[in-house]
Design a protein around this ligand. Structure first.
Ligand code: SF4
Length: 321
């Protein structure tokens, strides 16, 4: 029997009103993550990846309408519009990690006090200091005096590890990591991701890694979903998607990644993410696609199973020539 999913999002749809028009900014988003898995969610800014994950824990902005979908985590299922119910998952095993940890930490509290404050939610106050120091050690923060420093007194990499210690203080089973390494240099980025990978193994922690950097996802994830303009364009096991990327957008993302072992001319993707009215049904990539044809404007292409994964493009319909 296959391992049941720890986290599942089904058919999430998010709408907003902009310039007098109702727009679907996320449409039919589904995601399934197993225990201990690192799963990648990839796309450019505006593709809907962060909004989807924030909505899955009830933290979507109040101005957004969650019009469809449901989310289950560790056997608890809520309608995606039930923000209060979904927020309760944050105290039942879901933690968040954001980019720019220095900005997310309070400038008025020492780093140790910030971790202790989170721990106080589940432990007697008398044990929080000891536990905080242990979490610092787990997160590779071994200098004895680090817990007494304020965020402005530590480096960006150390701040991200303090944020990790805060995230781990709730004993999560799922970590939603939203571009956690964006503000870090390459060496610190790799260190943090290796550390996260080790945590997954040792603690059976699952991670949704939100990234715009496809090479990071390729290195650390077992599966991925690629979003463009609020729709899934390709998803499946990492090995399958990378062995045979099908969607022109996925191919464009891969072509834009530098490869030091096989240097090639980088091909930046033309255009930007579709921001048009969602009542106009068409492929949302058609204004950027070198293979666009009249049929691409005839409706939203279906997500089709092909080459061991799924793709949303008419080039892979049974009747395509
Ligand atoms: S459906 Fe058409 S426009 Fe959209 S990705 Fe496929 S070929 Fe390009």
């Amino acid at each position: 029997m296959s391992d049941p999913a720890l986290f599942e999002m089904r058919d999430l749809t998010i709408e907003t009103v902009r310039d007098g028009h109702r727009r679907r900014i996320v449409e039919g988003m589904s995601l399934s993550v197993r225990h201990g898995e690192i799963y990648g969610l990839v796309g450019e800014s505006g593709s809907g990846k962060s909004i989807s994950m924030m909505a899955s824990v009830g933290l979507a902005a109040a101005s957004l309408d969650i019009t469809a979908g449901d989310v289950s985590f560790a056997g608890r299922r809520f309608a995606a519009s039930d923000r209060r119910g979904l927020r309760s998952n944050l105290s039942h095993g879901v933690s968040l990690l954001f980019q720019n940890a220095k900005g997310a930490l309070s400038p008025f509290l020492t780093t140790g006090a910030q971790v202790e404050r989170v721990l106080a939610g589940r432990l007697p106050k008398s044990t929080c200091r000891r536990e905080a120091i242990e979490l610092f050690r787990v997160c590779g923060l071994n200098h004895a005096d680090l817990a007494d420093k304020y965020p402005h007194q530590i480096s960006g990499g150390q701040a991200q590890r303090v944020a990790m210690a805060c995230a781990l203080a709730t004993e999560p089973r799922l970590l939603i990591a939203d571009e956690p390494t964006t503000a870090l240099d390459v060496t610190t980025e790799r260190e943090l991701l290796r550390f996260l990978t080790r945590l997954c193994r040792e603690r059976d922690l699952a991670i949704v890694l939100i990234a715009h950097n496809l090479s990071l996802v390729a290195e650390y994830c077992s599966g991925l979903t690629i979003l463009h303009a609020g729709q899934i364009v390709e998803r499946g096991p990492l090995a399958s998607v990378f062995a045979e990327p099908l969607h022109p957008y996925t191919r464009g993302l891969i072509a834009a990644v530098p490869d030091v072992d096989a240097p090639h001319e980088l091909e930046p993707l033309a255009g930007s993410v579709w921001g048009g009215r969602s009542d106009i049904e068409r492929c949302r990539f058609s204004h950027r696609c070198p293979f666009a044809q009249p049929d691409c404007e005839a409706g939203v292409p279906a997500l089709l199973p092909r080459a061991g994964h799924e793709v949303r493009c008419i080039l892979y319909r049974e009747d395509a020539t």
